[in-house]
Design a protein around this ligand. Structure first.
Ligand code: FES
Length: 142
């Protein structure tokens, strides 16, 4: 290998390494795709369903977003709580009762009520949280 070949090879390698570092520091994975946002950790909050801010959860199909978690009433007795940020590019999800799924209006990803991917472009499931209802108090926790 002569000097010119050596410098060309090293230069190409440096460009690949620098591009990977740049993408990682900007929230992209090494393939140039947006990195999935981090789901909230250590979640533990309680929603008083008698308060006006939580009234949407009184009706089946109602939902709200609190502390990075989307909470939906999926039946008269059941709730679902999952990370609110779409795992594709972080857009905040909505709950669609008619199809019983979480939907992203940004690029159309859909997730089941337990957070599994129904269709992309999102490829990673949402983080699911536990819920318990005691009286009018709905606890959401990891
Ligand atoms: S940000 Fe949700 S599908 Fe792209």
């Amino acid at each position: 290998m002569d000097r010119k070949e050596f410098l060309t090879t090293v230069g190409k390698g440096s460009i690949v390494v620098c591009t990977a570092c740049f993408l990682a520091s900007c929230g992209y994975d090494s393939g140039g795709n947006p990195a999935a946002p981090q789901a909230p950790q250590g979640v533990d909050f309680t929603l008083d369903l008698t308060q006006s801010a939580n009234q949407s959860l009184k009706n089946v199909g109602g939902f709200l977003v609190k502390s990075g978690v989307i909470v939906a009433r999926i039946s008269s007795t059941d709730f679902s709580a999952v990370s609110a940020a779409c795992t594709h590019e972080g857009f905040t999800l909505v709950y669609e009762q008619a199809s019983a799924r979480f939907h992203c209006n940004n690029h159309g990803s859909n997730f089941s009520s337990d957070g599994k991917v129904i269709n992309g472009p999102a490829a990673q499931a949402l983080t699911k949280y536990k819920t318990t209802l005691e009286g009018n108090n709905l606890r959401v926790f990891s």
